[in-house]
Design a protein around this ligand. Structure first.
Ligand code: FE2
Ligand code: FE2
Length: 203
């Protein structure tokens, strides 16, 4: 498990999520949305003339992740549509704020791989935690499949040779957006005894 990100209080929050079937299904639907947005981001960010076999494979795998997670949602009686507006909007805000802030000040050539790198770091941190916490064997199987592919994506982006200052800044931006996302997901929910004390939506 990567040490890049602070695990508290997210892990406490996740403990609450996996104890409630309906909330865990909402969470899976949000993860499906985020995977779909990742797929869409590749399609929109890479110019046609730079699309090669490895890019096509990445598109296919991100679409597969979104679909596998959506299948779990449906199996558990969740929605075929995206999640209710509050969670869905929070998911979009997370991606867009990482994207926008990293884009500022970096050339378009560098920003796509850096955004992708930092999001892969989050994925490689998040899914092992989720794999450990969930008790549903079907979810565990899907997460194991996704993780094997994400590991390869993370390695590919790591080969890009970013300067460490940019990487640190990207981690800082992503972590702020991530904390804000989790604050929003836990807002107004009495399911959680310890909803992100010490963090605020403007953190
Ligand atoms: Fe993915
Ligand atoms: Fe990926």
């Amino acid at each position: 498990m990567l040490e890049t990100f602070a695990s508290e209080p997210f892990v406490r929050w996740l403990d609450g999520v996996v104890q409630d079937e309906v909330t865990e299904t909402r969470w899976l639907n949000l993860l499906s949305q985020l995977e779909y947005v990742g797929c869409r981001k590749i399609l929109k960010s890479i110019p046609y003339e730079r699309v090669n076999a490895s890019v096509l494979q990445h598109i296919q795998e991100e679409a597969l992740h979104a679909h596998l997670l959506k299948q779990l949602v449906l199996k558990r009686g969740g929605k075929d549509a995206w999640e209710d507006p509050s969670w869905s909007e929070s998911g979009w805000e997370y991606i867009q704020s990482v994207d926008r802030q990293i884009c500022e000040g970096l050339s378009p050539v560098m920003y796509y791989p850096l955004v992708s790198w930092v999001i892969e770091q989050r994925v490689m941190w998040l899914y092992p935690w989720y794999l450990e916490k969930t008790s549903d064997p079907a979810i565990k199987r899907v997460l194991t499949t996704i993780l094997a592919q994400e590991k390869r994506h993370a390695d590919q982006f790591a080969e890009h040779g970013f300067n460490s200052e940019n990487q640190l800044e990207a981690v800082r931006i992503e972590e702020r957006a991530w904390n804000k996302l989790i604050v929003k997901l836990s807002a107004g929910d009495d399911l959680f005894e310890t909803p992100y004390d010490g963090y605020s939506a403007t953190h």
